[in-house]
Ligand binder design. Structure first.
Ligand code: FE2
Ligand code: FE2
Length: 302
């Protein structure tokens, strides 16, 4: 391990992650049923297709990230905190991957061709698996910046959660919380085993391009397939939601400055301490899950 790696690891252990934040895998056990609407986001086909495409990348994407961490985890075995967090990361991502696969299957059953997007991603994953291992780790570290931004966006804007159908709210909150909890693990692992700035940028360019290309491709695919139901008003509302200039719109446009943060040479995910979002939403999620459990047992008792 070189000097800069051990310096990074010392920061990791002592200062950067707030002590209240832990990385513990916890399954969600989401169930989607007949009452879940096909257009599960704000009854809006355009935005539902966009978010379905984004969500559809998770199962394979997160398995790829797990494999990257497995490739390098043993190299930080002597640094117990980071080694343990790598295990926590693997457990959390494995659960995320499984739960998002449920959304994929649900949407396929509703006639949305998510399987076609999955097939494309399946084709590309082995290509990226042939990249040098450190490049794969750089892609993984960078992809986690994107998922951390997703977590921050969701939990900082409760109106977005309200727009999700009740049956799907827990998965988005749960995933967002855990993405914030483990947001620095792959970054620190990359810094520990390589830490090259040019490779960090190269990994980021690739990760960003992949997420954008797959999301846009999937959205287009689903929209074309569902063109009969794509109303102009809902599509315009969706575009305003993404790029508009109102207080409760322009969510993708507003995320742009955060995207650039990763390019700063002195970047570290925990320099932005957003752990208050975990403290706020964990109890909220527990309440939500308890309500669902209670409703289900009432239904079963009838
Ligand atoms: Fe995840
Ligand atoms: Fe993650």
């Amino acid at each position: 391990m070189n000097m800069s790696a051990s310096k990074t690891l010392n920061w990791y252990a002592k200062a950067l992650r707030p002590a209240s934040v832990t990385i513990k895998p916890k399954p969600l056990g989401m169930k989607l049923g007949e009452s879940t609407p096909t257009y599960w986001f704000d009854d809006n086909p355009f935005l539902t297709h966009f978010l379905t495409a984004f969500s559809a990348i998770f199962p394979q994407g997160e398995r790829y990230m797990i494999d990257s961490v497995r490739m390098f985890r043993d190299e930080v075995k002597d640094h117990k905190a980071l080694y343990k967090d790598c295990s926590g990361f693997i457990g959390q991502e494995a659960h995320h991957s499984n739960e998002h696969a449920i959304i994929n299957d649900f949407m396929v059953a509703r006639g949305v061709p998510v399987d076609k997007l999955e097939a494309i991603v399946d084709w590309w994953v082995p290509v990226f698996k042939r990249f040098p291992k450190k490049d794969q780790m750089a892609i993984t570290g960078a992809a986690e910046h994107l998922t951390a931004l997703f977590g921050d966006l969701v939990l900082n804007n409760p109106e977005l959660i309200d727009q999700v159908d009740e049956s799907m709210r827990p998965i988005w909150i749960w995933h967002a919380i855990e993405e914030i909890e483990h947001k620095a693990v792959t970054y620190d692992l990359f810094e520990a085993v390589d830490g090259s700035y040019p490779r960090r940028l190269y990994g980021y360019a690739l990760a960003l391009a992949l997420v954008v290309v797959f999301s846009v491709y999937g959205t287009g695919l689903f929209i074309i397939d569902d063109r009969k139901n794509m109303g102009i008003k809902k599509t315009a509302q969706g575009l305003w939601w993404m790029f508009g200039f109102g207080e409760k719109s322009g969510y993708l446009r507003k995320a742009a400055p955060e995207l650039l943060e990763y390019l700063k040479p002195g970047f570290h995910p925990w320099k932005d301490d957003n752990s208050h979002l975990i403290d706020k939403w964990r109890p909220e999620l527990d309440r939500m899950l308890n309500d669902i459990k209670q409703k289900n047992s009432e239904k079963a008792g009838k």
